[in-house]
Design a protein around this ligand. Sequence first.
Ligand code: ZN
Length: 236
Amino acid sequence: MAIDVAGISREQVEQVVRSVLLRQLSGKPAVDHKPNPLVVNISARHCHLTDDHIEILFGKGHTLTPQKWLYQEGYYAAEETVAIVGPRRRMLPEVRVLGPSRGASQVELAFTDAISLGLDLPVRISGDVQGTPGCLIVGPKGSLELREGVIRAMRHVHMSPADMAHFGVKNGEPMQLKVESPGCTTVLDNLVVRGGDDKIKLEVHLDTDEGNAVNLPNATKVDLLKQSGGSCGCRK
Ligand SMILES: [Zn+2]
């Protein structure tokens, strides 16, 4: 089934990844050197696609074109966007594709997006999509039915082995993020550690709902704290 999106895409500039670089500059003892500065970024709604799905949606032989490089080396917001269609034909136009391509396609939305689509989304760690809702993905050259893979990404912090050692945490453990901002200082629990290799930079990912709730663009200070006890609430 093909749906013509030409008439419904709008002149809306999708701000894919709004970011604020928050460095801890003063008041720290000399020994408290973090391996990396703490960066907190908001991931706006986006999707990841397989090579096969890119060809279905954008045409035979098509590959993604980087538009903006993200903070983690090698990752980018692509020029390509798709429309995400939920039950009852409600739709989000111009959802940004992030590159590079992946082994499985996945759509990451905020709860507000999910409500507007009529989807009841589970909170999942990226890649853990078993039993999640699907959607229709529409591109300029074709469309496909994604059987599962629409999630609200669990808030998380990317860490190198040195970062994990610095904070005394392991992959999959929960942390807390304290955000000081005018009128709405907030501590977010269950920020799951996503451990990577030495190239991974210390970076927190929140979605737009979370970022707006804590007034991240106007934040004056951010801190990562160990969460005592409990699990992050994720399934793995
Ligand atoms: Zn992330």
